[in-house]
Design a protein around this ligand. Structure first.
Ligand SMILES: NC(=O)c1ccc[n+]([C@@H]2O[C@H](COP(=O)([O-])OP(=O)(O)OC[C@H]3O[C@@H](n4cnc5c(N)ncnc54)[C@H](OP(=O)(O)O)[C@@H]3O)[C@@H](O)[C@H]2O)c1
Length: 267
């Protein structure tokens, strides 16, 4: 039995179908009940079984309830945390908006941590299991505009890294997947529907599967690891590069450029 948060998202749904083809039983969660039911139907058609549990990760009581509902089905073999929310906002637009951090912390850190903690206890008692958390390349390469998103993903990452040795001693492995750009609904507002160089949702799902199926503690592209080393070894240079690089990258990656307002186009 595998618990999947963010199951109805681009990467989550692709992962659910890959796991279904192995005949797994999936506990699917996200907020939208209809989309969960629809996905459960696809999981059944693909050879798996599924139960659906709508839950808003920002609601701590609802997450605690979700833990109870999952444990009523059994102690999971694995928990995959994919639920996520991103906001891209530069500094000038962030003034007066501390609630962005609160919203993102609920979805990206506090809700997932509450769920993991609730399920980790019986998994540790049993002496086996796996936790896979999908964070972001943005946690290793801090980029203007993504401050609140990267901070909340980093919070979950740091929390899991510190728990990991003790969980491993109790038989539960943990893997962090530092996801690069994937062409899903989350990426679309910034980079368009099919950004240059983005992975497909299925390729994203394959990355998550590497964390689930192996004993790897980190699944991360080489360029993200290199960025992490540069950020630590040369933080001033890294900050300067990030300052100019973020906007340039957003322009280069976006294939379907937004139309220019009338009268501002070049002849
Ligand atoms: N796409 C990328 O380029 C990219 C890059 C780096 C990391 N990631 C990470 O990869 C993961 C999957 O992203 P994706 O690209 O598949 O995004 P997506 O298509 O936007 O899916 C997001 C999923 O999270 C669920 N969700 C959002 N807010 C929630 C909340 N408050 N409570 C419970 N569930 C919530 C959504 O379902 P409901 O709306 O029904 O709740 C949906 O199932 C995320 O953690 C994301 O941060 C993505």
């Amino acid at each position: 039995m595998i618990v999947l948060t963010g199951a109805t998202g681009g990467i989550g749904a692709a992962l659910a179908l890959r796991l279904a083809s192995r005949g797994e039983h999936l506990v699917l969660t996200a907020r939208d009940h209809d989309r969960l039911e629809q996905l459960a139907g696809q999981v059944h058609a693909a050879g798996g079984t599924a139960s659906v549990h709508p839950c808003d990760m920002r609601d701590q009581e609802a997450v605690t309830d979700l833990v109870r509902q999952v444990l009523a089905e059994g102690v999971p073999d694995a928990v995959v945390v994919l639920a996520g929310h991103s906001i891209r906002r530069r500094l000038a637009a962030s003034f007066g908006r501390p609630h962005d951090l609160v919203r993102l912390a609920g979805t990206n850190m506090l809700g997932p941590a509450t769920l993991i903690l609730g399920l980790l206890e019986p998994m540790c008692a049993r002496g086996s299991g796996r936790v896979v958390a999908v964070t972001s390349a943005a946690t290793r390469i801090p980029t203007p505009g993504w401050a609140a998103y990267a901070a909340t993903k980093s919070g979950l990452d740091t929390w899991l890294r510190a728990l990991r040795p003790e969980a491993a001693a109790r038989g539960v492995g943990m893997s962090i997947v530092e996801m690069p750009l994937v062409a899903t609904a989350m990426a679309a507002p910034t980079y368009g529907a099919s950004p240059r160089g983005a992975m497909t949702p299925d390729q994203g799902a394959a990355m998550v599967l590497r964390g689930l199926n192996s004993r790897r503690t980190l699944v991360s592209p080489p360029w993200v690891r290199a960025g992490a080393v540069l950020s630590q070894a040369a933080p001033t240079t890294a900050a300067r590069l990030a300052g100019v690089g973020g906007d340039v990258a957003a322009r280069l990656l976006r294939r379907d450029r937004p139309a220019r307002p009338a009268g501002r186009g070049r002849a």
